[in-house]
Design a protein. Sequence first.
Length: 168
Amino acid sequence: MKGYLSVLIIILNLFISNSSFATEKIALLDLNYVLKNSNAGKKILSELKIMDEKNRNKINQLEINLKKKQSEIKKLKNIISTEEYDKKVLNFNKDVEIFNKEKNKLIKSFENTKQKELNAFFKSLNAILSEYMEKEEISIILEKKDIIISKSENDISEKILSISNDKL
């Protein structure tokens, strides 16, 4: 947050202090909008959602099984010997440890896949943006969410969305 603020202050300072930048063409882009509405972005987000739901279902099912096992062990506390009970508790604790490792593995795998897919999307989008910048003679493209107010004609999100749907 602090980094964004200092970059924004520097950029604004450059624009305000130097009148030579007045002829520079600036554009705004809503990356989130392009990701959510482009065909490639929708596909990535859909695949990630399905993968996340599968992981959550798997984790929930394992959790339910552990709770059942814990309940069964508690019911046996006064019925079986202390040694037998301790063995069951020890085995249960091992199962919980295995569950936690599996859960962390699924989460890490999902995050890695998500990062890889989004990086590939934005790398492709970056090539489109570079080409568009040259064609339209744009000096700077800024993220729309970091700008407080601007003219709507500076927003190129729809144009980039259209181009990305054609090229990606």
